[in-house]
Design a protein around this ligand. Structure first.
Ligand code: URA
Length: 238
């Protein structure tokens, strides 16, 4: 692999920024300064440093982000910050979000460069559970749990698969709920509650397959998945 591509792929800047760093003598390969960025390296064998910091090669990356409101689930956007922007120096160019959360939705979002894995996790055929916590306004029908469990037709006639509804707290005109679904249609949770005559006021994804959002990962924070977590994702969506 070319040295400039390696460094750019690992999120160390654009190819021209990396070239500039090379000219300034900031890049070393196996302890020797390297100014020729076209040269090939073997990322599994050669030791590359930038400004004295080792650049570790990772073919596949998996991050768990607690997406805050006001950030788009995309790789580029003209108006809003993107979820990839939140990864700062870890935000290498080939990362993308596994599915989307709405601009005003918070919670667990995976980011990876593993297209196969992303595809499997999102396929309704693989039945990977996605659980959302919501605060809804309006009066929930008495048989809300059964209605969700049957699957339903949304207002535009789109059919959705059954969802598992758990009512955590209920007042006259509002409720706190958990809804588990296996699809990710556009505004799906909001539209399912619309069918029930309610409005989602706050929405947060709290789990995705075997992964749950931990309390101490604040909105905007992220972490790498552990090897064990990556393995259990694979097992969930073989
Ligand atoms: N369902 C929604 O309505 N919005 C989301 O962001 C995710 C699921």
């Amino acid at each position: 692999m070319r040295l400039d591509k390696f460094l750019a792929d690992m999120g160390k800047g654009s190819r021209s920024q990396v070239k500039e760093a090379g000219k300034k003598g900031r890049i070393y390969v196996n302890g020797q300064v390297e100014k020729i960025l076209k040269r090939k390296i073997d990322p599994n064998i050669d030791q590359v440093t930038l400004d004295g910091e080792p650049v570790q090669y990772r073919k596949w990356e998996y991050f768990l982000l607690n997406k805050p409101k006001g950030v788009v689930s995309a790789t580029e956007d003209k108006r809003y910050k993107t979820v990839v922007d939140l990864l700062g120096k870890d935000g290498r160019r080939d990362l993308f979000p596994v599915g989307r959360l709405d601009l005003d939705t918070e919670g667990l979002l995976l980011l990876t460069n593993d297209g196969d894995m992303a595809h499997r996790l999102l396929s309704p055929k693989k039945h990977v559970d996605k659980t959302y916590y919501a605060r809804v306004s309006g009066r929930l029908p008495k048989d809300a749990v059964q209605i969700m469990a049957q699957g339903m037709e949304l207002e535009d006639k789109t059919r959705v698969m059954p969802g598992r509804l758990e009512i955590a707290a209920q007042g006259q005109e509002e409720a706190e709920i958990y809804l588990t679904i296996q699809e990710g249609k556009f505004h799906q949770v909001k539209r399912m509650f619309q069918v029930l005559g309610c409005r989602v006021e706050y929405l947060k994804r709290v789990s995705f397959g075997p992964l749950a959002l931990e309390e101490d990962l604040l909105p905007g924070q992220y972490r790498r998945l552990t090897e064990g977590e990556i393995e259990s994702l694979r097992e969930n969506a073989p």
